[in-house]
Design a protein around this ligand. Structure first.
Ligand code: SF4
Length: 638
């Protein structure tokens, strides 16, 4: 049920004037009375938030760790959601951060209790965070692995019975299967290749049930950047096709860790194709009455597609990165163009099949849609300049990934259109108060911004220690640093570096170490916070992770976090007049600020940051030192 606005409205004041008064009352009187230690920076941020809501503007709100930014944006956001009758959308960088925001005792929970708001908060996770019943069934046919039986045994009863919609409930989230590793999960979760609209298990599917649930939210819908982007890109098509958009209407967007939005936008616009994709799609339209000409053209298309993949494999540029670059061999490009021409002709034949009703209308429409996307992406692949592409190989399955190089135009049209206020909130959005790296990458011309510093006295609570080392000695040093027994986070530049560290560990080491990807991440983070193990190794938790007090007292940064040498960043570098200054250094500086921000979360925190630095990294000291809150000292050997 919709709850009232948390303050009275009167005829002689606008909503925003009343909101302004309420913010004053809450932050100057009520919270201090309830024992809250408030800071001017936090109050300033809450008033800025009110201004952004009133002007429906884009605002970069950079608030240092400890300013209490979540409280500062949540209170005005909830009031505005209730006033407009549409929930606020809080978008987080990933699913772990979503869980962190809504956990028991977290910011939302505390706020609800403090003001008795009776908050209605619902989670809208990315689609790959849900179990797919079809894929589970498929995986079971292929393998008898125990984890599949385990998942099956934990499905709700209504999945295997006739059921009524009243008796269903949300299930099947990634976080409900914490013991399953990422590779196992990826055999059974939703995959973009699934055709949910035509799935007969749709009404029993956990993803559908979750979607119906969060659609009814009145105060807050919490999603990931990836899912927000998927919603924006698919909204119009879904409405056209008579489907509901992925997310409900919302009154405002708060982008937590908003500097990661560009990657989410690129990922959402990415097109993936596997060698088997075409076969799966064409099988669904091979009805008895299909004309011979169309059948032959389908067969030729499959042959050309397979030939294309064969040549693609020969043109992979060998590298250690997960994303393998593809060299632009003229034969490959010409084959891609030929494929596009051929599919265009096939689409013409589909028009005849449609008129003759030889293929069921729905299947035909899906196939047409698939081929139209295929043509678009293959067009991007064959034309130089507009797209970034690479080949990913996982479990011996190759996926060609095609991603647009720039997302600024589309973001401008679909997100920054001035219809709702958009607030970027993070501890690090700028480099020394200059927001241009972020605004340029997202194509935002008009924005308001402010920076409020962290209230912590870092000189007293944080030590940054630099370790001049040969690159080959870094893993040993990281290992040696564990002997202090403290709760330690080791941050790696890439998954491969983390895996190499794992391999380098002595078989009989005495530490309890967990690695990102070995179990469901939010469960791992929770166990780490509860000190169930000592060392957390990650390549992805550079931002957002909130582990106060003794839950984390040591952070080891193995390499300076420069962006990878992969096709996405290569494309950015290629189109920059000064790649080092415009791409690599700002990325590294932002990320290192994020990484060290994991250590001090509350006024009771303390700890050490250890930077392992080779000769080249030491030579850049002036660049990383300028973004650190304290001066790095030389580490005195163990
Ligand atoms: S609706 Fe989609 S995700 Fe759900 S079971 Fe069917 S194909 Fe899988």
């Amino acid at each position: 049920m919709r709850q009232p606005i948390p303050f009275p409205l009167s005829k002689d004041k606008t909503f925003f004037e009343s909101l302004n008064d309420w913010i004053g009352d809450v932050f100057y009187d009520e919270l201090p009375e309830k024992g809250y230690d408030l800071r001017d920076e936090q109050i300033f941020m809450a008033f800025q938030m009110e201004k952004a809501l009133k002007e429906k503007s884009v605002m970069f709100a950079e608030a240092g760790v400890g300013t209490g930014k979540t409280l500062a944006y949540l209170l005005p956001a909830i009031a505005y959601a209730r006033y407009t009758g549409k929930p606020a959308l809080i978008s987080c960088a990933d699913e772990t951060l979503i869980e962190q925001l809504v956990k028991k005792g977290g910011d939302i929970d505390r706020l609800d209790e403090l003001f008795n708001l009776n908050l209605d908060v619902r989670l809208a996770k990315s689609r790959d965070q849900y179990l797919c019943l079809q894929r589970l069934e498929g995986a079971k046919k292929r393998s008898g692995a125990d984890f599949l039986d385990d998942i099956e045994s934990r499905l709700p009863e209504f999945v295997n019975k006739t059921f009524s919609m009243q008796n269903t409930y949300p299930y099947g989230e990634r976080s409900s299967f914490p013991e399953i590793n990422d590779d196992q999960w990826q055999q059974v979760n939703y995959h973009p290749i699934q055709n949910c609209a035509a799935c007969e298990l749709r009404n029993k599917c956990g993803q559908t049930i979750h979607r119906n649930h969060y659609r009814e939210a009145t105060d807050l819908v919490i999603c990931s950047h990836d899912f927000l982007m998927e919603h924006l890109w698919t909204k119009e098509t879904r409405i056209r096709e008579g489907q509901t958009p992925l997310l409900p209407e919302f009154s405002q967007i708060v982008l937590d860790e908003g500097h990661l939005l560009e990657f989410a936008a690129q990922r959402a616009l990415t097109y993936e194709v596997q060698e088997s994709t075409l076969l799966d799609v064409t099988e669904s339209i091979l009805a008895d009455n299909v004309r011979e000409k169309t059948l032959n053209m389908i067969e030729e298309t499959i042959d050309l597609h397979n030939e294309f993949f064969l040549l693609l494999r020969k043109n992979i540029v060998a590298s250690d990165e997960d994303r393998k670059a593809i060299s632009r061999d003229p034969a490959l490009i010409s084959l891609g163009k030929g494929l596009v021409n051929h599919i265009n002709l096939l689409l013409e034949e589909f028009v005849f099949e449609g008129e003759l009703f030889t293929i069921p209308e729905y299947e035909l429409r899906l196939a047409e849609e698939f081929f139209e996307k295929y043509i678009f992406s293959m067009g991007l692949f064959t034309e130089e300049g507009d797209a970034v592409h690479w080949l990913e190989i996982k479990d011996d399955i190759e996926t060609l990934v095609i991603m647009p190089r720039l997302v600024t135009d589309i973001l401008d049209e679909k997100l920054f259109d001035g219809k709702v206020p958009i607030i970027f909130s993070s501890a690090t959005l700028s480099i020394k108060k200059d927001f241009s790296y972020l605004s340029d990458s997202l194509g935002i011309d008009k924005y308001q911004s402010f920076t409020v510093p962290s209230p912590f006295d870092y000189e007293d609570v944080m030590k940054v220690l630099k370790h001049p080392l040969e690159q080959r000695d870094k893993f040993q040093r990281a290992y040696d640093l564990l002997s202090s027994g403290e709760q330690t986070l080791i941050l790696f530049k890439s998954k491969m570096d983390m895996e190499n560290f794992k391999q380098s560990l002595p078989l009989d080491h005495a530490y309890k170490i967990e690695f990102e990807g070995d179990r469901e991440l939010s469960t791992v983070v929770k166990d780490f916070q509860d000190a169930k193990f000592q060392v957390l190794c990650s390549y992805h938790l550079w931002e957002g992770l909130d582990l106060p007090k003794e839950a984390l007292t040591k952070v080891i940064i193995v390499d300076l976090p420069f962006p990878p040498q992969d096709p996405v960043f290569e494309a950015k570098r290629k189109f920059s007049s000064n790649p080092l200054e415009e791409i690599d250094l700002p990325f590294m500086q932002l990320r290192i600020q994020q990484g060290i921000g994991r250590l001090i979360r509350t006024s009771e925190d303390h700890g050490e940051i250890h930077l392992l630095l080779n000769e080249d990294e030491l030579a850049l000291e002036h660049l990383w030192q300028e973004v650190l809150p304290v001066t790095a000292q030389n580490f005195l050997k163990l």
